[in-house]
Design a protein around this ligand. Structure first.
Ligand code: DP6
Length: 419
């Protein structure tokens, strides 16, 4: 081994998307393998608007695994069960890393298991505020390590079975478009609990999502502990998993394939409400939605009623932030309605400048405004911190070497959060 080989730092940088579930995962069948008690589906969102960026690097000179999140080193993170499950499982799938220019083997397949990793990751949106940041984060971790170690799946979707051990919902972020996570349950090693693409991001390009950030603070009850309490105490949860979700899965997948927004929207809203009903049925009850979230629900219903059809559908994860799915042809109207009732003055209040201009100029029908006012909502600045406008998007992407977050000489983090 030459000194050069000893000091070389190999690295890969990727971005990975968030996903927002339309049929929620809530409850674990196996805590060890992190498998769910029900199937779930989600739409993968566009990385141009929100994503996690992660560099995974390895070198023979590294002495231990190290992890930086948003520029800050997480000293114990590399010993956490979730992190170890991802890193160690990908080592099992590793193969030779080859120099594309010369064809030389840079790292032999069997060398990976003795190497350490320096990993740096950041999110382009609030962490842990119910915006699926762990989904994007673990998907980026798995995708970057898999690329670095040239991992080869032994069956399709194997990487998603690794990502789910990091965070369940992250398995759906390894695929673009419209994605299902099948609960599995037949195989002892849980290898049948993986994500599967129902349709890619080009299948229904008119789908849009508006995310109303009601809180960018860390949530009070983490999904993990919340769902554990729900499994232990909620009788409704079992009925949902056994009877309701299987029916809804079939209906929503069909709706996606047929571009049927009415059905997609209806199931999405009903499933969000049922998930929060289960939170309420948990002992002690969990309240993720707040009064602002509830006012969004009422305004969306008033809007759909005024329109005589479902044009917008809300869904809420383990936090108060609202995600509204709609179609391109209604997105400006939905945005204008939200801006009317949840105003904000900051220049970056709306993530997309063109969309911001369009919704500010849009003339809402006066009858719609009256109908929405009947919900009792009084427009107030500050209730919503930011509105993201996005659409469905692709699977994780490999980024160029210039986007790396690890120094090529020192092997240390180079990312500094500047806000
Ligand atoms: C409400 O995937 O964060 O967003 O597996 O314990 O990490 P862990 O849970 P996590 O739970 C997500 C819950 C949800 C619904 C969903 O995304 O399906």
């Amino acid at each position: 081994m030459t000194t050069d080989n000893m000091n070389t730092i190999y690295m890969e940088t990727v971005s990975a998307p968030t996903n927002i579930a339309c049929i929620k995962y809530w409850g674990k069948a196996s805590k060890e393998y992190n498998t769910p008690i029900n199937d779930s589906v989600s739409v993968t969102l566009d990385q141009a608007d929100m994503c996690a960026v992660t560099t995974a690097s390895a070198s023979r000179q590294f002495k231990q695994d190290r992890l930086w999140l948003n520029g800050v080193e997480e000293v114990d993170a590399h010993t956490s069960k979730r992190f170890r499950a991802c890193v160690d499982s990908i080592k099992h799938l590793a193969s030779d890393r080859i120099d594309p220019a010369t064809g030389d083997i840079l790292v032999k397949k069997e060398e990976w298991k003795n190497m350490y990793f320096h990993i740096s990751s950041y999110n382009t949106f609030p962490t842990a505020a119910g915006l699926a940041s762990s989904a994007a984060g673990y998907a980026a971790l798995v995708a970057s390590l898999a690329r670095l170690m040239c991992a080869k799946e032994t069956f399709p979707g194997e990487l998603t079975t690794i990502a789910r051990q990091g965070s369940g919902s992250s398995c759906r972020s390894l695929m673009g478009g419209f994605v299902a996570w099948k609960m599995g349950g037949e195989k002892e090693d849980c290898s049948d609990s993986f994500a599967e693409q129902i349709a890619d991001e080009n299948h229904w390009p008119e789908i849009r999502a508006l995310i109303l950030v009601v809180s960018d603070q860390k949530k009070d009850t983490s999904s993990t502990s919340g769902m554990s309490n729900s499994v232990a105490t909620s009788e409704l949860l079992r009925y949902r998993a056994e009877v309701i979700v299987p029916k809804r899965m079939q209906m929503i997948e069909k709706a996606w394939l047929e571009h049927d927004f009415e059905t997609f929207g209806k199931i999405t809203m009903m499933d969000s409400n049922q998930f929060h009903a289960i939170c309420l049925d948990t002992v002690p009850p969990i309240f993720y939605m707040n009064d602002i979230s509830k006012s969004v629900v009422q305004i969306v219903h008033a809007y759909n009623e005024w329109a005589g059809e479902i044009r917008a559908a809300y869904t809420f994860d383990a936090g108060p932030n609202a995600v509204l799915y709609t179609l391109q042809k209604y997105a400006v109207e939905v945005g204008a309605l939200m801006l009317r009732f949840y105003p904000g003055h900051l220049s970056d209040y709306i993530s997309n400048d063109i969309f911001a201009k369009e919704i500010k100029e849009f003339q809402l029908d006066e009858r719609l405004v009256q109908a929405a006012m009947k919900t009792g909502r009084i427009a107030k600045e500050g209730d919503v911190k930011k509105i993201y406008y996005t659409k469905s998007g692709p699977a994780p992407q490999t980024l160029s070497a210039e986007r790396s977050l690890i120094d090529t000489v020192t092997g240390l983090n180079t990312y500094n959060r500047d806000y």
